[in-house]
Design a protein around this ligand. Sequence first.
Ligand code: MG
Length: 450
Amino acid sequence: MSRLMVSISGLRGEIGSTLTPEVIQKYTLAFAKYINGGKIILGRDSRVSGPFVADIVRGCLVAGGCEVIDIGIVPTPTVQLEIEHHKAAGGIAITASHNPVQWNGLKFMASDGRFLPPDAAQQVFSMADRNEKDLKSWEQLGSVIQDDGAIRRHVQKVLQISYLDTEAIRKRRFKVVVDTVNGAGGVIIPQLLKELGCEVIAINQEPTGKFAHTPEPLPENLTELCERVRSEKADLGFAVDPDVDRCAIVDNEGNPIGEEYTLAIAAKLVFSKQPGRMVVNMSTSRASEDIAKYYNCMFVRSKVGEINVAEKMKEIDAIIGGEGNGGVILPEVHLGRDAPVAVALTLQALLEHGGSLKELKASLPQYNMVKKKINIAGLDPDKILTDLQEKYKDNDIDTLDGLKIDFEKSWVHLRKSNTEPIIRVIAEAPTSKEAEELAGRFLKEITQKS
Ligand code: MG
């Protein structure tokens, strides 16, 4: 049986086993107490379990004295934007992000529209563990109102990005295939593309929550999109995950260019127009780093996790950032990963490049990444990492989040999991062969220590 996954990005579990009505109730009541009343934005992705989870969440928020503004089936970044729009005290997105259909979960957000910072999230989780709640009397109960304008406002906000020349994009009449995997992106992504004058071919568009394929936008899950880009002779294809914070791109020949390149394309566009600072997590491709350095811009790495990237971006006043999994953060819109933002920036970048998407990708620094994991059951992951740190102490190492070792043209990042007895090994090098070899070398080093 799967376990309930509790992390800084929220709560995830399987319906019918770990994400029970009691669990949803416990965490929502703790959050309502933490927020101490006020307006709460509530949105959900399209999962089949969404309506019943939302019923429980709404009920608990009302019982805790919150004024719920229910914005329906929307991307997670839309919930974040609506917190700012309504000047709300916080928000909850009901989603299990890219996890398969049997999962669902809750993501908690603060009044600034970002995820709860790690210490605040920990506080809410501890309160939930202690069953803390603040149930209101009948005259202090909260209320629920519906607001169906959230997606329209999100699209408008994206169209106003200062780096876009929307008129020029419209004139280019891009032909785009988009796969929203029956998730929450089925309305917003085609709508945004149409506003940008694109000829849109939408597949898996109905937000039924019955995902047409494994929903994580990895190359192996995008075969239908790739085929359609080829058969339609489209300029490019976009795939987003069910809660629309990650965006992957398929080139004009129907080949996925790799999620890492979504952020690299956005970074190049932004820095070509304005100098500034960039933050990515420690596992993100060096392609973005090379681009930032090319433009003489400051580049900083944070711990893994959207909130860690967003916190660092706020701290150093970055103008672009994100995660290599297709998560672009543009503070001009808001401090959260946003697939509609990624879509718009990609079209502007392609317009300015002038050639095909394949050529645009070829013009960027070329790297390949491999991700592995190794079972270390019964062993101390911290000791394994400390021993390797000692062994490689003369190299360029970073221990902010696990152990990262930078070599001249490659790097490896080792992280223990907080939920399973494994160590993740991520390696990047100019070719996939070199990346495989580098990862293999470190897997072997870990095995030898085992
Ligand atoms: Mg997601």
